[in-house]
Write a protein that binds this ligand. Structure first.
Ligand SMILES: Cc1ncc(COP(=O)(O)O)c(C=O)c1O
Length: 364
């Protein structure tokens, strides 16, 4: 018997979530965002599952882009931060990776290079997020230079929204209008603005390409709307097992720092997961796990390899009983709220020692 700490990844759920994307954005092509090891779900298995229903895949690093190319998925792969040096540019061209260009130095490098074949470029403009992107005023010139270059096959105009997860935020409208204006000014035939939140909430932001990440993994980008309400199925089921159970007498404390004290005789189970696995250490007092279909409170501090849980309500729970940390029945959004963070971070930070197991009901 192993430790039992694992993340079961449901590839059929991911394909279902891709169908939701298609239903929300029926007129757009879909770039499935699989960066950061597919948001912690495992780059290659996820990319293989999603490639047939995606028009392209997006990653942040050159290494992830090359891994996808080597897997020969027959889909364009976009480097969402572009290349960082001339060697990467040559290799990207040779392997047929598409590139974001977000800075004048990247543009010069591309225009001056001798490439084995032309590349597809996504020209990223800054419409108000002020993170990556060319300044708006230079956009028309950059666009023309790219169009005129023998190194460039085609150009897609793109920008990224700062507040898409807050639909009422005025910056959304501003960025949307600026983007529309730039698109018209350069007469772009292909443009892309929307991440998950925007494609769900703003049909007018969908343009020719949408770029969903989070919703493909069955998580909600909105604080006030659950993934279930959005028709999404969680792709990751983070699980472990109880490894011991004992009774803690009233007045005794549990765990590092003795931060929790039993007010009555309490059955406390130790579960084999901790911050060394990516379970968040900073949890509020409401934090719960799911055991035998019931939510049980986490008590005391999260340790590196273990957590402690009040299982007084579950007389049948003991060593080996499975525990859900998040997944079906316990949305990762709830855990993110208790940990005062976002679901993105929790999914991405599941560590390498947690084995990923893939299940694919649709493929059986
Ligand atoms: C440029 C860009 N597009 C799309 C996405 C996907 O966003 P989301 O996961 O919110 O759908 C990201 C993710 O951070 C991104 O950086």
């Amino acid at each position: 018997m192993g430790r039992g700490t694992r993340a079961v990844i449901d590839l059929a759920a991911m394909r279902h979530n891709m169908e939701r994307v298609r239903r929300h954005a029926p007129h757009s092509k879909v770039l499935g965002v699989v960066k950061a090891d597919a948001y912690g779900h495992g780059l290659l298995p996820v990319a293989r599952a999603l490639a047939p229903s995606s028009d392209a895949l997006g990653v942040a690093t050159f290494e992830e882009g090359m891994a996808l190319k080597r897997a020969d998925l027959q889909r364009p792969v976009l480097l969402m931060e572009g290349v960082f040096n001339p060697e990467q540019l040559q290799a990207a061209a040779e392997y047929g990776l598409s590139l974001v260009v977000h800075q004048p130095w990247q543009l010069s490098m591309l225009l001056e290079a001798r490439l084995p074949q032309p590349v597809t470029v996504w020209l990223k403009v800054d419409t108000g997020m002020h993170r990556l992107g060319m300044a708006e005023h230079g956009c028309a010139l950059f666009w023309q230079q790219l169009q005129a270059s023998d190194n460039v096959r085609e150009v897609v105009l793109m920008s990224h929204l700062a507040c898409a997860d807050e639909p009422e935020h005025p910056l959304n409208q501003q960025q949307g209008e600026r983007f529309q204006h730039l698109k018209a000014a350069v007469a772009a035939r292909q443009a892309s603005l929307a991440n998950s939140a925007a494609l769900l909430d703003r049909a007018d932001f969908q343009h020719e390409w949408v770029r969903p990440g989070l919703m493909l993994y069955g998580a909600s980008p909105f604080a006030g709307r659950s993934a279930a309400e959005l028709g999404l199925l969680p792709a990751m089921h983070l699980q472990s097992r109880i490894i011991s159970r004992s009774m803690v007498a009233a007045g005794e404390s549990v765990g590092y720092g003795a931060t929790w004290t039993a007010t009555r005789a309490t059955d406390v189970a130790v579960v084999a997961i901790g911050y060394g696995d990516g379970y968040p250490r900073h949890l509020g007092l409401q934090a719960q796990v799911l055991i035998q279909g019931q939510r049980c409170p986490v008590v005391g501090r999260v340790s590196m390899d273990m957590i402690t849980v009040d299982v007084s309500a579950l007389p049948g729970a003991g060593p080996n009983t499975p525990v859900t940390l998040w997944g079906p029945g316990l949305p990762v959004e709830d855990v993110a709220r208790w940990a005062n963070t976002v679901n993105y971070e929790l999914l991405c930070q599941v560590t390498g020692r947690v084995e990923r197991h893939y299940q694919d009901a649709g493929a059986l």
